[in-house]
Design a protein around this ligand. Structure first.
Ligand code: ASP
Length: 474
């Protein structure tokens, strides 16, 4: 029966089968040892020498063993199937650096399932020292390394935890389209040309913001989605053209309810998967003005000791202004986005002094990073129109781009609000990684290329013709 490498600790004396890659190989002449690596980790396998008799009585099968004769042919990263008995290692051979270090498999059969050329990158070790371009070109090998495999496994578990937590509390997971219309989250859109309607374009969603608000109009009441947000941002810093959010929206809610839901969800998640982390609860709440005055930023790092890997300082920033002046253009713009409901008592200021308006926005921050923004939403079509106009949109353009939303708000719209925590950034911090690429299976380079697939790429002339597109070369 096939077992995973790390399960051999429960199988002493049993005949088992392992399938995995040759992670390391030590040929001692009389005996050949391999470290076999599979999804779970590493197990040592010992092969009797080719046709030889055993030197130290009791290790491995006795005498000739034609079925493991090819052990001497094994090379690194060969994929093999090994059958044999799980034994305790002799005391002096125990390796307490690995979880299976007290056991080994004494091989009785060996099948080479697939050979491997010498790898272009080493998959032993953490890989931080390898040129990232090469790591990304061979990402399918890079992902074999322990650190990245662990990151993917933890990521999968965290996402499942989020799904279970919210589903158990009455949230409905709804998928929203990838081919959609430009959404104003403040970044540039990725455009997709339409073939059937030449000259027209879809936009990939910068977030499901409008869809989730429309789902509230539809009566879904509690929505979530593990959603991809796709933004053609300037390629600076630790950016990716697509990132994953826990997108969430609720009807008949309050900022208090959204914040406490997120706080209990992630506190429980931390206790489940990251019990070693030191985290202050309840998360402190800091008004925006205080954060700016005291720390000079709206994403303050509230850790006591910034060198402590395990200190996690979650906090909420509240009472944001609705609007601010763009540093460069000096034009008025939303602090979060254009659907944010102003705080009670602030709404009237939109006609007189919009920069003095306070909004219902709340941001979740951690160790100097922003993890999420959210707010209550505008549901009054008149107020929404005023915001569009304040942001220099003509009534005509507003109706063309957002007519569906304004109209939806005339058919019995429930008050609603939500938030969208970024999953990549959260995991990056919790897993102690230096950038989000380390927690994404197939990330892109800093300038948005995928060296493995060769993306972005040229396309055939025929494809361009079908779309009615001509490339202008500079
Ligand atoms: N759609 C927003 C964002 O992606 C989050 C929200 O307001 O819920 O930042």
């Amino acid at each position: 029966m096939r077992v995973y490498a790390t399960d051999i600790v429960k199988k002493e004396g049993e005949e088992i089968e392992l399938i995995g890659w040759v992670h390391a190989r030590r040929d001692h002449g009389k005996l050949v040892f391999i470290d076999l690596r599979d999804r779970s980790g590493i197990a040592q396998v010992v092969f009797p020498a080719r046709g030889g008799s055993l030197p130290d009585g009791g290790r491995g099968a006795p005498g000739e063993n034609a079925s493991t004769d090819n052990a001497g042919d094994l090379r690194l990263e060969y994929l093999v199937k090994v059958g044999g008995e799980v034994k305790k290692r002799p005391a002096k051979m125990v390796n307490d650096k690995i979880p299976t270090g007290a056991y080994e498999v004494s091989a009785a059969s060996l099948e080479i399932l697939s050979k491997s050329e010498a790898l272009p990158i080493s998959v032993d070790g953490d890989g931080y020292d390898i040129d990232e371009e090469v790591r990304l070109k061979y990402r399918y090998l890079d992902l074999r390394r322990e650190r990245l495999r662990r990151n993917l496994i933890v990521r999968g578990k965290v996402v499942k935890f989020i799904r279970d937590y919210l589903s158990q509390r009455g949230f409905i997971e709804v998928e929203t389209p990838l081919l959609t219309k430009s959404t104003p989250e403040g970044a540039r859109d990725f455009l997709v040309p339409s073939r059937t309607q030449k000259g027209k374009f879809y936009a990939l969603p910068q977030s499901p913001q409008q869809y989730k608000q429309l789902l509230m109009v539809a009566g879904i009441e509690k929505y979530f989605q593990i959603a991809r947000a796709i933004r053609d941002e300037d390629t600076r810093g630790d950016r990716q053209p697509e990132h994953t959010q826990l997108d969430l929206e609720m009807s008949f809610t309050t900022p208090e309810e959204v914040m406490s839901l997120v706080e209990s969800l992630f506190t429980e998640m931390m206790e489940t998967f990251f019990p070693e982390k030191k985290m202050k609860t309840p998360w402190p709440r800091v008004p925006y003005s205080e954060a700016m005055k005291k720390y000079g930023t709206d994403k303050p790092d509230l850790r006591k000791d910034k060198n402590d890997r395990d200190e996690i300082a979650f906090a909420w920033i509240v009472d944001f202004p609705n609007f601010e002046l763009d540093k460069q253009t000096k034009e008025i713009q939303p602090v979060h986005h254009m659907f944010v409901q102003p705080k009670e008592g602030s709404v009237e200021l939109i006609d007189k002094d919009p920069l003095k308006m306070t909004s219902t926005q709340y941001d979740w921050v951690c160790n100097g990073c922003e993890l999420a923004s959210g707010s209550m939403r505008i549901t009054d079509p008149e107020l929404q129109m005023k915001v569009f106009k304040l942001l220099r949109m003509s009534e005509e353009k507003a109706k063309k781009d957002f007519g569906h939303l304004l109209e939806a708000f005339t058919y019995g719209v429930p008050p609603h609000g939500g938030i969208a925590p970024g999953i990549d950034r959260l995991l990056m911090i919790l897993l102690g990684e230096p950038n989000i690429r380390e927690v994404v299976a197939f990330p892109k380079t800093g300038d948005f290329r995928d060296p493995m697939m060769g993306t972005p790429s040229d396309v055939d002339e025929k494809q361009l013709d079908e779309l009615g597109i001509k490339i202008v070369k500079d």
